[in-house]
Design a protein around this ligand. Sequence first.
Ligand SMILES: Nc1ncnc2c1ncn2[C@@H]1O[C@H](COP(=O)(O)OP(=O)(O)OP(=O)(O)O)[C@@H](O)[C@H]1O
Length: 572
Amino acid sequence: MVIEHDIESCGSRAVQLSHANHPRHQRQKLEVYNEVLRRIQDSDCEEAHVPGFDDQLWLHFNRLPARYALDVNVERAEDVLAHKRLLKLAEDPASRPAFQVRLVQVYPFGGANYADSIHSDPSEIEDAQSSLNYSLKQGIHPPPTFGSSSNLEALALQTTKNNIEDGGSAMSVTPYFHRPMHEITFSTVDKPKLLSQLTSILGEMGLNIQEAHAFSTTDGFSLDVFVVEGWPNEETEELKGVLEKEIYKVKEQNMSNQGIHYAANEHYQTRIEPSPHCIQIPTDGADVWELDTNQLKYENKVGSGSFGDLYRGTYCSQDVAIKVLKPERISTDMLKEFAQEVYIMRKIRHKNVVQFIGACTRPPNLCIVTEFMSRGSLYDFLHKQRGVFKLPSLLKVAIDVSKGMNYLHQNNIIHRDLKTANLLMDENEVVKVADFGVARVQTQSGVMTAETGTYRWMAPEVIEHKPYDQKADVFSFGIALWELLTGELPYSCLTPLQAAVGVVQKGLRPTIPKTTHPKLSELLQRCWQQDPTLRPDFSETIEILQLIAKEVNDHKDKSPHGFLSALRRVHH
Ligand SMILES: Nc1ncnc2c1ncn2[C@@H]1O[C@H](COP(=O)(O)OP(=O)(O)OP(=O)(O)O)[C@@H](O)[C@H]1O
């Protein structure tokens, strides 16, 4: 997959600056603009005849990075118009994110973007052009907006080659055709992690991103264009419907206090589709999570972590945990990260995730307030109180954790520090995931401070600082589950560092007791597979654990001591 954007940063803006200062790029941009304007004016498009349209179009090119003009397929002038409309739509909070879906056909020789047209051999372009014209005459779908990617072309060539080698497939009759893909374009307000959110939505839908072009406008909007494959049908309506639902799900979780409407657009006929399920709730813009420090009462200190001390206290008479950040830990970077984490945490609401109540964000008094978990952590329960879990309660705990983690993952939050010390129990024995926020704040050196203490639970790819995804948490979950099962510290005879080396280099894993329920044993081994893609996701662990729980329950009902063992479940 090619992503022309630094996933989490304003990479395209950086690119834009360097391009913008380059006179050649300015000249090229002007040429592309003129060509696109000419094509739009030659078409029947009404918009083009509105007075001032040329100025608006120029403005459009200017608010985007120079590489937008250089990469755009000039033959797809209507795409430029569609981008302009999507960006306009995105100005209305009710329409965000604005998106459109269309079918595209990838050609091995690419489309005619500006860069191609000035750098390629003219005869090649002519050939490519004639194949394009030929294709279009055959009624095949238009090419992607940014048709120059060697990535996509290679894919098309590969298919062509395979078809020719296979011989006789329908596609080999027209050798330049590749099976259609979909192009999905989003526009919304630019924000950190937007691109990873969008890619994960597409991933959730089973779509494989073949190409992504991400642009930020100078006034804070995003334009992200994805070419995806994996949608089984040559249609867009159903895909749009599923995409809308997927976005709705994420927005509903993320912005529970705001009404959301989506705009969808196909074939460049923009329309806004208000969601029937939600209403617009007015907001006065107040930061409701900023706590009134007068209402915050400190009681005893409960413990300390790497970021500060944790106190029990009350906020407006409700029991709370107050995590006070150590002043010496506070740096500009950390404050930024702190703000980002508060921004995420305030939207998180799930029975199995420790509830964020608010924060004091006025330095130097930085603290995070959450619900108080009276039964403490599973780590303390297992290793300090020497508690044990019987299988039914172990399964209940594992299901609780899986549900909390599944929710976090659905909200694109990777915990990265999942361990029994971060699994807390309330007075009703409900287990909740904690510390997915500030625990992850990195030091200025970029080293995760919680790391060494966490090696025993850490996935090999995280230890090795390789790219990782949500499956890193599944690995940690597997280790925590083993800990619940055995009551032992993982690799207790090794130091954390020795354990880390063993896990990465020697495939070291905890030994599963022979008496373990076979399905549970299988689940543990799947969770800590070296290859993250082979690990289940949390929706699957929930299913498996529920199945085991049912089996255990059915078995217990048949046994004469069933009722007594059920009672013992709550002994801890
Ligand atoms: N919401 C809470 N309710 C009750 N106890 C909590 C709560 N959050 C944390 N604790 C307990 O307070 C102690 C300190 O927690 P804290 O999250 O600050 O550090 P940690 O998780 O132990 O270490 P680190 O942050 O370095 O990973 C731990 O014993 C933890 O179990």
